[in-house]
Design a protein around this ligand. Sequence first.
Ligand SMILES: Cc1ncc(COP(=O)(O)O)c(C=O)c1O
Length: 408
Amino acid sequence: MTKGRKPVKRKLTTKFSVHKFEPLDYGRAMTVASSAQKEIPPGMIDLGIGQPTPRLLPNEAIARAAADCSRRPGRMLLAYGAEQGDAQFRTALARFLGAVYSAPVDPAGLMVTNGASQGIDLVCTLFSQAGDTIFVEEPTYFLARKIFADHRLKPVALPMDSDGLLIDAVEEELKRSRPAFLYTIPTYHNPTSVCLSGARREQLAGLSRRHDLLVVADEVYHPLAYTAVPPPPLAASCTSARIISLGSFSKILAPGLRLGWLQAAPETVARIVQCGLLDSGGGVNPFTSGVVRSALELGLAEENLRLLKDTYSRRMQAMCAALRRRLPASVRFTDPAGGFFVWLALPENMDTGDLLAKAIARNVEFMPGIKFSSREGLKNCLRLSFAYYETPELLEGVERLAGVIAVD
Ligand SMILES: Cc1ncc(COP(=O)(O)O)c(C=O)c1O
């Protein structure tokens, strides 16, 4: 059996609470899921929501893909699936990723997951034990922090700058502690949208080789590039260094599919597919991956990605222009080149936790920086997202936010 795997009995919980929400101009209440885990009152513009606009969820494409899939002979999609995921799905996925990454992807190095969240959880289960140290970026994806806490892991937060994680700081920290793994979001980071430079990606791969450091690269935003082509994903180095790359259809097709993948060296994939979870239940999501295989083969996933990139890119530019127009010059941010988020740094003496109550009174919300910190820092920062709202609502949200920040 896999070394280091601990028996974990965990209660199934959902990532999001479902609540009623009435966005501006949408005309009627609709049900959405919020990462904020709370009820959002009508009229509120929650710029903290990092999820696609319901209008962008591809109902028609998925219906066409499901119809195509149902015409395939055999009934195997309704049987237990291969642990690694269906081979033909992985072939279609490899072709899609090859185009996104502009480099060939080997289907043998791909494994189907229930989404990047499950990929993170699986890596924790198989490659760490309670009490282990892990390295994370400061800031990092706030819900990954929760998964690490579930596994009783101890995060050591490492600094980033405008070129991403400081690899020299990782090397320095390796002199003091030996982590089970490093968790990084190299491309269009959540929450900062920063992109790790090409030189640092190479430096990180070299470090992984030299120190036998397992790097878990959460690359879910890599395909959502707007204004520049990102450097090659860390996935491209997964056969030459100890890297597990996580990807997901949540950001590029629909989060409700609960379908993602991990990419790693074939021997690492071989180790993962032997885990008890897959031994008992078979590969995850064979039915959904059958449908998404059709979406890939029919070009629907590619078409959807083009639409998302075009829509998000226009929204991002409108939002950043409004932020520049309306916020004081003391508020710093960089226009993201991809992804979902704009990360604002307010003057050091400001606390975005306090500001949030004032913002809510003006019907606008955001994610305070402290949520993304592993050391209770980043109190002067906040995260906005342009993924959920249409441009007019984003502009109204910025207007309200400007009122709150100007007051202070
Ligand atoms: C960095 C990052 N990783 C993982 C996820 C979750 O992905 P999935 O829906 O595939 O579990 C998100 C979504 O917010 C994210 O921002």
